[in-house]
Design a protein around this ligand. Structure first.
Ligand code: RB5
Length: 143
């Protein structure tokens, strides 16, 4: 499994914790920035991550800004991206099962690191249900 990960300054600290966690789990990832806590613009990070996931260079993306809102709105503008903003494990599981979400978005100022890592694990470890009704609904998003 290969992950594209990125954050703005609002998500920088949580991104460090998530990358440490991915390393501990032996999951390959590329850090698309930002690379320090200086103020930056979330679309500059969200777009390259979303394009890399949409182009299937990575299996999943993880995007973190202060709220997770700006970065998920931006990612969802890219064709083929289904970015899910999650602050709980129920939503992280459901969005994989039902929406086949390919990007997990979180708010670094919303969720603490303990919960965030559980959300990451839930998202990455839950397969898409492949049920006909969910496939039908996903297809209706883009057609
Ligand atoms: C940055 O202050 C903040 O606006 C950003 O991280 C994010 O929350 C935007 O949606």
């Amino acid at each position: 499994m290969k992950i594209a990960i990125g954050s703005d300054h609002g998500g920088f600290e949580l991104k460090q914790a998530v990358m440490e966690h991915l390393t501990e789990r032996g999951i390959e990832f590329k850090d698309f920035g930002c690379y320090d806590s200086k103020s930056c613009d979330y679309p500059d990070i969200a777009k390259p991550v979303a394009h890399a996931v949409a182009d299937k260079e990575y299996d999943f993306g993880i995007l973190i800004c202060g709220t997770g809102i700006g970065i998920s709105i931006t990612a969802n503008k890219i064709k083929g991206i289904r970015a899910a903003l999650c602050s709980d494990c129920f939503s992280a599981e459901a969005t994989r099962l039902h929406n086949d979400a390919n990007i997990l978005a979180m708010g670094g100022r919303v969720v603490g690191p303990g919960l965030a890592l559980k959300i990451v694990d839930t998202f990455l470890d839950t397969p898409f249900s492949n049920e006909e009704r969910h496939i039908r609904r996903i297809n209706k998003i883009e057609r």
